[in-house]
Structure formats: C-alpha cells, structure tokens
Design a protein around this ligand. Structure first.
Ligand code: ATP
Length: 863
C-alpha cells in the first residue's frame, strides 16, 4: 500500500515537534570562516597509469578459479582526474595527497605495535561480507582496524583507504554479498578444544588457528599422505624416529610397537625441542633429548601419493603453521620486512590458481569469526570474520595481468604460488623479488614430473638456482647457461646468500622408483647440462635442488600402478569412426560431471561443435584458448552437475574439481603417468569414480602396453551398450556432422569473400563483374547467390530436423511410443509410475555406470 500525503504530513509534524524539544546547537559562524580559510590550493600532478593507487575489487565467488565472476581483472582507482589534451590522455592526482604514486589518506592514529601479521587489504578478502564498519566502534574486538593500519604503516607504509571511500566500499561489498551466495563458513564452537573436537589432528603441533580452520572445513582427520608427511615436516607422535638411535632395527621396532599410539606417559620428557618454534615429540620418551645436537624436524620431503589424496595441504599446512607462528618483524629500523616465507612452483596456470585457492581457503579460516552479536542478523548472509592476520597467498601465473601481480607483490606476500615462466619474468624486472626468494623458508615443487615437460625448464632451473647455497653453486657456475648468467648478473642478487635453513618439499602423484633412488644419490658431484646416462630431465632438475637435509625423507604412498583404489576402469571397444556415437551414448546414458580427454586440440575443435549441436552441456579446455576463456570454461564446468569438459592434457594434472563422476579417454595417452593423472580427476578424496577407455582396433596394442606398464593383468570390463538406441544416436550424429560441415563451409566462404573484397578494395579493383562477390541487384552472380541461399536453407532445414530428432524420446527396443504395455520390457509401467526410469532413454532403469559395470576378467596368462 502506498503511503498517503496525510501520512507524510504526520511524520513532518512529529519531526517538528522533536526538533523543538531537542534544538540542534547553532552553527558557530566563526568556525565557518575558519573552515573556509582552511583548504589548501588544489595542486595536481600527472601520474603514470601503473603508479596510481589501484584497488582490487572484491571477488564474488569465494574460491573459484574465475574469481571476478567472469572478469579476470577488475580494479578501481579513486581521486584521479582523466585529462584529455592535445590528443593525449593523462592521469592527475592531487599533489598534497600523493606520495610515491599512491594517494595518501588521512594518517591513521598511531597505535601500540601489534604482533599481528600484516593484513591484506579489505578488498582482497575472499569473504566479501566482512562488514568492517563495526570495527571502529566495538571495543570487544581483538583486532581493531586502526591497529592493523599501524601494522601496514610499520611494514610498508602503505596507506589505508580514506574513510569516506572505505565506507562506500563497505556498502558495495555488503551489497555484493547479498547478491552472491557465498559458502558461509560454519561456526566452530566457542570453546573449541583440539583434543576433544579434532583428536586426529591433535598429535601434530600445528599453529593453533589451523585446527579451527580444519574443523571449519570439516577435515576431521589428515589423509594418509598428510599424516605421513606432517609427522616428518613438523614432527608428531607417530612415525617419527629419533635419528640418534643406534639400536638394531628389530629392537627399535619392538619399542615402537610398545609405545604405539604412542602417547608417551610423560609428555614433557617426550618433547624435544628441535628449534624453539617447532617442538619435536619423540616416540621414545625414555631417551633424553639431545641438548647439543637437537633432533631436526627441519626435514626435506619428497612425497608421492595417489591423485586426490590431499597433497596440497600435506605441504601447505607446515608452511601456514610456520607463518602463523613466525610473524614477520623488521630486522633493523627502517629496513623493509622480509615477509615471503614460501615459494610453491606449479606446472600449469590452473593448478597454480587452484593451489593458491586451496591454501587461502585454510589461511582465511585461521581468523576467528565475529561473535554472534556482531554477525549480520540476516541469517542467509555469510558469517563474518575478525579482520586482520590474513596470510597473504599470491599467485603469479601467465595469462593474467602482470601489473596486478606486481601490485599484489608490492603489498607483500607470505606465500607465492607461481608458474616458472611468469615468475622468472618478474624476477628479471625486480631484484627485490629475487632477494626475497633467496630468503624463503620453504621451496615446494608440485607435480614435479610435469614441471619439466612444459617448456619452462630454463626458467625453472634458474629459479631453483636462486635457492641454492653458495658452496653448492661455485663449482657449477662455469656451466650455467647464458640465459641464467644474463639475468642473475644483471640483478646482482647472485652475491647474496640463500637461506641456510630452507626446506624443500617435492610432491607428485607419479614418480618413478629410479628417480627416488637417484635423489638419494644427490651427494655426488655432477655437471649441470650433462645429465648422466639414464637420467631424465626430472632427475637432472631434482639433483639441482639444494636439499638442506642430507637425507630427504621419501614418502611413497602411491598404490601399485599409481591409480586410486576407488577408481573403477572400463572400456568400450569400437571402430574408430564409431567413437563419437559411443561417447554420445555414454554421456546420455550416464549423466554426471564428465571430463573427456583427447590427444589433440584439433580433435576438440571437431568434437565440441558437434556435441553442442546435440544439446549437451559442453565446455572445452586446451592450450590454444585464451587464459580468460580457459578459466571461464572451468568455472562453467564446476557450476553444473551435468557438464562435460572436453580437454587436452592441460587439464590432466592436479585440477581438483569436486564430484567429477567420469573420465573418458577418447584417445589413450601414450604414457602411463598421464593416464594416472587424467584418471585421477575423478575418484578424489576417497570418492568413487569411473575411467572409460574408448579403444579402436588399431589402438589395442597400445592399450595393452599401457595396462602392462600399470601392472594390470586383468582385461578391463566392457561397459555394456544399449544397441537398440545406438542407431537413433547415429542418426543424430550424422545429421549434426552435416550441419556442422554446412555451417563451416558457409563461414569459410563468407570469410574468403570478405577477405577478397577487402583485398580488391585496397587495390581499387572492381570485383563485382568478375567474381562471385556481389550482393548488388545488377550483378551477373545471381546463380551464386542462389546457391548460397539454398545452402543456408539446407542448414536451417537440417537444424530443424535435428531438433525434431532430439525432441523425440529415445526408446529401448520393445517400448511402444503409442501404447503403454508391459510387453517387451518388463517393468516399464512400474518405472513410469515410480519415476525410477532413465530421464532420457525410455525403458531402462536409471543406474550409474559403476553399477552397470561387469566384473573384470583375469587375462589368460601367456604360455
Ligand atoms: N584432511 C582432509 N580431509 C578431507 N578432505 C581433504 C583433506 N585434505 C584435503 N582434502 C580435499 O581433498 C581434495 C584433493 O586434495 P588435493 O587437490 O590436495 O589432492 P592432490 O593429492 O594434490 O591431487 P592431485 O595429485 O590430483 O593433484 C581437495 O578437494 C581437498 O579439499
């Protein structure tokens, strides 16, 4: 109901009455004069666009790849005049507010020094709903905003945003939060107790905020690789053996068994501090902790474990734990804070972004949630966190804005996740980045074996070189390639010492036993660039890593053959040209998130339009696509339960997309490792999944070799096909192929015509009379226009025909479209009544591929 005029009149009368009761203090006329006299003349200074105070806009999707909801980069800048003069554009900022290119806000009140880590800016928070306005007023909060600003000032003298801007942003952030459903972190009990609430993690001496984060993520217990590697990386009750034990092996084993579970009776005796920060808990409590040579948990780890087993946190947790318990402090007054603690190198852009997201996901949850009374009363709104103490994780990958990455770096990062190419480019431009890398505490090489394959070996080698200690390099310097020499001598960082206590973690799902053995031989001298016989480039790279640990711990939990236990494999044998129809059948018959791997980009370019015409929810991912399109594809794939991703091996490694039900190998990969990684996109984190191979007769030999190298002595079960509908599917595919070819020709002709026309125009030639290019009424090319029109009409007709076929339900043999009978297919009526039938194929039960899978047959042994 609209309010009436009387209603407003009543409100006005009420207000007049209230004003009369509480008269406002009259404005002091002299104050006005003073105020008018105050403003300084507004001088402006021109600034380069890269030096403006760009601010990143809050990202709507919490941890997705495409964090800007489709826009890869969205920054804003305020207080800048864009001036057009003499055909040039310049950017002007007020001079009294500008310092070092940034707009300086009113100085924040200096607070007592906080031990909190430097904060990322409010707009970098993955929790867009953080309403920080309450912070200025609520005394009970642990981390008042002003205090954080003092940390900022202290560390980088980076100014906080001026108050009015801040307010506007908060409002914006709030609005966005209301619009965008964000996975709200679930509150963890106020009286959270690690021993009681998270017993499986409590044996690991992690920084305490991490337990809360793990509880919020509902990661109740560590995965096997996490358990094994954490016990080496940070020390814990199980698995740790004191290095000074000189007893026979079986005796030691006996003792270990007695103490198993091992919680020593006397905890204090069991705790041997290795470094002051990282307590070591021995399983042998009666052994006194050595005082002169403490047991080191500063171990280096090479971890090999199946796909989807949680390797990211196996190395991410010790890093976060270290950062949270070692807040950066400036060493000397005036010196910049050395903040970068870890460098994680990943082979692909998508993987680097995903690793950043996975670590940030934990990092952000190390912040406490606001108390209930300060939460938004709107129940659907995401819960908010106390601002501050964010650990900043920055991704440096190709295909994204360099300027933005530089700005993120300049704000300070605790963890860098990078692809080698982009990182090396940035190091080349910025000596301070190289210096920071020399000082990192953790170097991680993720998916090590893939890293060397993707064309950035030189960069990777050079980055690794930065982390080597001096003595380790000297002998090799004469072998350093020109590229490395040029960059490092130009940057003059070569003279700096790299950190003596840096720790190295190398992780992958596949790593040959030979390689693991080679790592053990690292002590030997070797000449770079001259790999020894039988050494792969990966051996070469890993031997170049300067493990500080004389005996890096190798944890190999990879199952026989490398595939996950929860993965079921099967095959469909068919002729090469039939692969499309079998794929289409599988996709229709077994809906669910599916990745189809092809060996070539051309294959994807052919198949993609076909499946689109058939009405499937298809996206593609390959290296021929722009980065932005690649990330968008992944986002689209993740956002639908029934999407299909056609991909090359660029998507084979590391991508952690939740609930992928099937992986289809449209063509088999040539190496067993790639097969393992591809298949590992499904059956992750303990879930079941299915890998289907489409095998043509000419591929059978290769398939056999592949299976043999995976140690499989069974014939994969053949997934049954519903032959009665294959004909109908074939008909659809044939038609779709014709349409695609018709469309392709038309586009190509139009393109060629256009090109010719443009070329002719450039040469001032009249083409209409000689060539088939005219649309003009009087040209003599009516025939050709007619042809074109008829081709177009043909495509239109075929499209309508295909639509009619797609609209017609697919029916199993024996099912009548006219009469509902129980003949032919027993139970069809029941299915209709109970709704248990398949959604697109009438007459069959809705079942999963895993349910339909026959048992694998043992291959007859060769005589
Ligand atoms: N302790 C845990 N409990 C439950 N889930 C976990 C745990 N740790 C990690 N996960 C989840 O398991 C999934 C797989 O983790 P991750 O991507 O680290 O696997 P991975 O071993 O690196 O796989 P790949 O070899 O394919 O790269 C992720 O979705 C992650 O959130």
């Amino acid at each position: 109901m609209a309010p009436s005029n009387n209603h407003f009149a009543a409100i006005r009368a009420k207000k007049r009455k209230a004003d009369a009761a509480n008269p406002k203090p009259k404005a002091d006329p002299t104050a006005a004069v003073v105020a008018r006299a105050e403003p300084k003349p507004l001088r402006k200074k021109e600034q380069r666009v890269g030096n403006l105070d760009w601010k990143n806009i809050v990202l709507p999707s919490e941890f997705g790849f495409d964090e800007d909801g489709g826009l890869l980069e969205l920054d804003e800048v305020e207080g800048v005049d864009v001036v057009y003069a003499d055909g040039k554009v310049s950017f002007q900022v007020r001079e009294q507010d500008e310092e070092d290119g940034a707009i300086k806000p009113p100085k924040a009140k200096k607070q007592k020094k906080s031990k909190a880590l430097p904060v990322v800016e409010e707009d970098e928070s993955p929790f867009p709903a953080e309403d920080l306005s309450v912070f200025e007023t609520e005394e009970q909060l642990e981390e008042p905003a002003a205090e954080e600003e003092s940390v900022l000032e202290e560390t980088k003298e980076e100014p906080a945003a001026p108050a009015p801007e801040k307010k506007a942003k908060k409002a914006k952030g709030k609005k966005r939060a209301e619009e965008t459903p964000v996975a709200a972190p679930e509150a963890v009990e106020e009286d959270f107790d690690v021993e009681r609430d998270l017993p499986n993690w409590s044996t690991f001496p992690l920084a305490s905020p991490l337990y809360r984060a793990l509880a919020e993520l509902k990661f109740d217990k560590p995965t096997a690789i996490q358990e094994r590697s954490l016990s080496v990386e940070i020390g814990a009750t199980p698995f740790v053996e004191p290095p000074y034990v000189s007893k026979p092996e079986d005796e030691a084993e006996e003792e270990a068994e007695e103490e198993w579970g091992g919680i020593a009776e006397d905890d204090s005796a069991a705790t041997a501090a290795t470094t002051s920060a990282e307590p070591y808990v021995s399983v042998f409590p009666e052994e006194p902790a050595p005082s002169t040579e403490p047991i080191s948990t500063d171990r280096d780890v090479v971890g090999v474990a199946q796909t989807g087993s949680g390797k990211t946190l196996a190395y991410g947790l010790p890093i976060l734990s270290y950062i949270l318990s070692h807040p950066p402090t400036p060493s000397t007054v005036g010196e910049p804070v050395t903040r970068l603690a870890a460098l994680i190198l990943a082979p692909t852009r998508e993987l680097a972004l995903q690793v950043r997201a996975a670590i940030s996901e934990v990092a952000i949850r190390t912040n406490a949630l606001l108390p209930d009374e300060l939460q938004d009363p709107n129940k659907n709104a995401p819960r908010k966190r106390v601002r501050g103490q964010h650990v900043s994780v920055v991704a440096l990958t190709g295909g994204m804005s360099v300027e933005k990455q530089k700005r993120q770096l300049s704000r300070g990062a605790d963890i860098l996740v990078a692809t080698p190419g982009r990182l090396w480019d940035l190091i080349g431009e910025d000596d301070s980045l190289a210096r920071q890398i020399k000082n990192i505490k953790f170097l991680v090489i993720d998916e090590a074996d893939r890293m060397i394959e993707n064309g950035h070996f030189a960069e990777l080698e050079s980055i690794v070189r930065l982390t080597r200690r001096k003595g380790e390099e000297d002998e090799e310097d004469e072998y350093v390639d020109d590229f490395t020499t040029a960059v490092s001598s130009a940057s003059k960082v070569d003279t700096l010492e790299s950190r003596p206590d840096m720790r190295t973690f190398v992780f992958s799902a596949t790593m040959s036993k030979d390689l693991q053995r080679n790592l053990k031989k690292r002590g030997r001298r070797y000449k770079p660039g001259q790999p020894e016989d039988g050494m792969s480039s990966l051996d070469d790279l890993l031997l170049k890593l300067d493990f500080r640990d004389p005996d890096p711990e190798i944890i190999d939990l990879s199952p026989e053959g490398g595939l996950v236990d929860t993965l079921k494999e099967c095959k469909v044998e068919c002729m090469l040209p039939e692969k499309d129809v079998h794929l289409y059948h599988f996709l229709l018959r077994y809906p669910g998130r599916t990745i189809v791997f092809l060996s070539s980009i051309d294959g994807i370019r052919r198949l993609h339009p076909l499946l689109v015409l058939l009405g499937l929810n298809i996206v593609q991912l390959h290296s021929g696509m722009q980065q932005r399109a690649r990330l968008k594809s992944l986002d689209r794939f993740k956002s639908s339960d029934n999407a299909i991703l056609l991909a090359t091996d660029v998507a084979a490694r590391g991508l952690d997309i939740p609930s992928v039900s099937h992986v289809v190998h449209y063509q088999l990969p040539r190496s067993a490792d790639v097969y393992v990684h591809r298949s590992g996109r499904t059956a992750r984190a303990g879930k079941e999944g299915l890998a289907l191979q489409l095998v043509a007769p000419e591929e059978k030999q290769m398939q056999r070799l592949l299976m043999a190298s995976l140690g499989k002595d069974v014939d994969l079960p053949e997934l049954p096909a519903d032959y009665s509908i294959l004909d109908a599917l074939k008909q659809r595919i044939e038609l779709a192929k014709k349409i695609e070819s018709g469309q392709h020709k038309a586009t190509k002709e139009a393109h060629d015509d256009n090109w010719l026309r443009q070329a002719a125009e450039a040469m001032e030639i009249d083409v209409d009379s000689d060539m088939d290019l005219s649309d003009g009424e009087n040209s003599g090319n009516k025939n050709s226009r007619k042809k074109k029109k008829s081709k177009q009409a043909n495509v239109t007709r075929m499209r309508a025909e295909l639509q009619a076929l797609l609209d017609k339900p697919l029916m199993m043999r024996g099912i009548s479209g006219k009469y509902i009978t129980t003949r032919g297919r027993v139970g069809f009526v029941d299915q209709l009544v109970e709704g248990t039938g398949h959604s697109t194929i009438l007459g069959i039960e809705a079942s999963t591929a895993l349910e339909d899978l026959p048992k694998a047959k043992k291959r007859p042994s060769k005589k």
